[in-house]
Design a protein around this ligand. Structure first.
Ligand code: SER
Length: 622
């Protein structure tokens, strides 16, 4: 498509988007953290709807039924596709939501108006897809009719099945529904008359999801209480399209990074294939452009994970492991592009990305030192073992240490454990040599190891808590008291929305839509201290989840609990059922008597996200 003259810079597109939806009576909300706190089924926030699930299933949003934002998202499911022109791990997604308010017609009309009127995308370059229908939900003729009414010709409307035209749930269960997806022709030549979903020159830019279903654990689709709209418009793609590119990396969101990679590697992005000698004179073909894209993508994701409000540091588990893989894969890819390992340094890139993005995300600037320090530590650690690991890989691959065609799961795991090679790096190395890796058995080895380390942790736990953990235990109990006191003082159904405890302090997030007054904070603090002074006992019992709920035990909002749970009861004489103060589903651990807490003090009360407040508190010894 020819560049569109109207609005073309990413920052202006975001602004125009939010203004447009403001004019359509939407309230603008902040981007939530990249790290979801209350959903153990996913590691990162993968879409704007993710933090909004409670409101899609019926909870009232404090700002009303229409909201819009630009959300930081991260998807690792597409990691193998990163390196093409349109997929990224980290990306920014603009979205608007209706919580049981407008539905298909209005949502589609607004999307169309924004794309064609505000952004100026010509309808000649436009196509859509709608849900074809199956046993779970009918064909979405309603959406197709709206598109036709707006002037989209019939041959530019395709009906596809669940694989393509259904979105969600974000985790394993929850809100989902049929969607209608919008495509723009990015080819230089004129678009074909008929839309063909297999032609890659049609790029998807926006997705309107009609979330009217709730997917259950058993895989059933039940109707939701309310009919919602959830939309997602990828910033990188729309920017690239408006600037007339068929490659997101050509936009200002990536291009300065690519230019620096070119400088460092002395290679040109335009160059498709190049030849390199990788270790021991083995000749391999490397797609330079693809490697550069992966490097730019992973570096940007690294900055945003470390620069998140719930920053994660590199480790061998969960989000930390993903981050570690991003950093390590980047280092290796830079090396593959011909840079000797002594010259590989990610820090100039990291600084550059912080510069590029801190205006929109000031937290990146605030956390600059932390981000740089963490990347620096990780790269030093990895570079130390990389050469040795590559030698080991060569030995394995050339059959010196194994006769198999495939690299075995054990060998891949050895490379992971002793040399810190993430699995996709081993796969990448193997691919370059046209060898396969037994990923299935690697995963088995990996899980076995996780299992062992978990058992190790449990043993340590049983063996007695260390000093630091005693502090943590006390703060766990203090968290229960705080939750209860907030309920009593604010006289609202306060639910935990997140909790984070270090040996020094507790941090408690809860639903409430305004700042607490100093009187309220004082009253909460006093109530907690009264319970501490009352020397209440704490008793743990194990029971079925249903029984716990029947007994009125409360839990964390949106948490998924196992069938059997432990319930902690705090009261004057719990065994006799007298003067019960609180009852909560919790994994613990807790102290035996509230008097161990001595004195409770609130340090800070602030907003955490929209409709959620955060309290930080400590225990003092007097
Ligand atoms: N959740 C949908 C998506 O990610 C729409 O926002 O595409």
């Amino acid at each position: 498509m020819k560049p569109v003259k109207k609005i073309t810079k990413a920052r202006d597109i975001k602004k125009a988007y939010l203004e447009f939806f403001k004019s359509k009576n939407h309230k603008i909300i902040d981007s939530a953290s990249l790290i979801p706190e209350n959903d153990p089924t996913v590691l990162f926030t993968t879409a704007g709807m993710h933090p909004l699930v409670p409101f899609l299933v019926g909870q009232q949003h404090p700002l009303g039924k229409r909201v819009a934002n630009v959300q930081k998202c991260l998807r690792t499911g597409d990691i193998d596709e990163v390196g093409d022109t349109t997929h990224h791990t980290f990306f920014e997604m603009m979205g608007n939501w209706s919580f049981g308010d407008y539905f298909k017609k209005e949502a589609i009309e607004m999307s169309f108006e924004f794309l064609t009127k505000v952004l100026g995308i010509p309808i000649s370059h436009f196509a859509v897809t709608c849900f074809k229908g199956d046993n779970d939900a009918p064909c979405d003729e309603e959406s197709a009719k709206v598109w036709l009414g707006l002037g989209v010709p019939e041959e530019r409307i395709a009906y596809l099945d669940k694989k393509d035209n259904w979105w969600g749930p974000a985790g394993e269960t929850g809100p989902c529904g049929p969607d209608t997806e919008m495509f723009v022709w990015v080819g230089k030549e004129d678009p074909p008359k008929i839309y063909d979903f297999e032609n890659g020159m049609w790029v998807e830019i926006w997705n309107d999801v009609f979330m009217a279903y709730d997917k259950t654990k058993e895989g059933k689709y039940l109707p939701l209480k309310q009919k919602n709209v959830d939309t997602g418009l990828g910033l990188e793609r729309v920017t690239s399209i408006l600037q007339g590119f068929d490659d997101n990396y050509r936009t200002e969101l990536f291009w300065p990074i690519i230019e620096n990679i070119e400088k460092l590697t002395k290679k040109k992005y335009g160059q498709k294939n190049d030849q390199h000698y990788i270790n021991k004179g083995e000749q391999c073909w490397v797609d330079v452009r693809k490697k550069m894209r992966v490097i730019a993508d992973h570096l940007r994701a690294t900055v945003f994970i470390l620069g998140d409000e719930r920053a994660i540091t590199p480790s061998n588990v969960d989000q930390g492991y993903i981050l570690r893989r991003f950093i390590r894969r980047t280092i290796r890819n830079i090396r593959v592009l011909g840079v000797i390992i002594e010259k590989v340094d990610l820090l100039p890139f990291i600084k550059q990305i912080i510069e590029m993005y801190q205006e929109d995300y000031p937290l990146l600037g605030d956390k600059k030192d932390f981000i740089i320090n963490e990347v620096s530590k990780e790269q030093t650690k990895f570079i130390r073992t990389l050469e040795k690991g590559l030698n080991k890989f060569e030995n394995i691959a050339s059959g010196k240490e194994s006769n198999h065609e495939k690299i075995s799961g054990q060998d891949a795991f050895l490379l992971f454990q002793s040399f810190g090679f993430p699995i996709e790096m081993t796969i990448e190395l193997a691919n370059e040599r046209k060898i396969e890796v037994d990923v299935k058995s690697f995963n088995e080895e990996y899980e076995k190891h996780q299992e062992l380390s978990r058992k190790g942790a449990e043993k340590k736990f049983k063996g007695g808590l260390s000093d630091a953990s005693e502090e943590t235990t006390k703060l766990h109990t203090a968290t229960h008291l705080l939750g209860e006191a907030l309920n009593n003082v604010l006289k609202e159904d306060i639910k935990q929305r997140g909790s984070n405890i270090t040996p020094e302090r507790l941090r408690f997030d809860f639903n409430f839509d305004r700042k607490l007054t100093s009187e309220e904070l004082k009253a909460v603090e006093e109530e907690v201290n009264k319970v501490i002074e009352a020397e209440m006992e704490i008793v743990r019992a194990e029971m079925h989840l249903k029984e716990a709920l029947d007994l009125g035990a409360c839990g964390e909002f949106g948490a998924k609990y196992p069938e059997i749970v432990s319930v902690y009861t705090i009261g004057k004489n719990v065994k006799k059922g007298l003067d019960i103060y609180s009852k909560e589903i919790c994994m613990g651990p807790h102290v035996n008597n509230t008097k161990e807490l001595v004195k409770f003090k609130i340090k800070k009360e602030q907003s955490s996200s929209s409709g959620v407040r955060r309290i930080k508190a400590v225990l003092v010894k007097e």
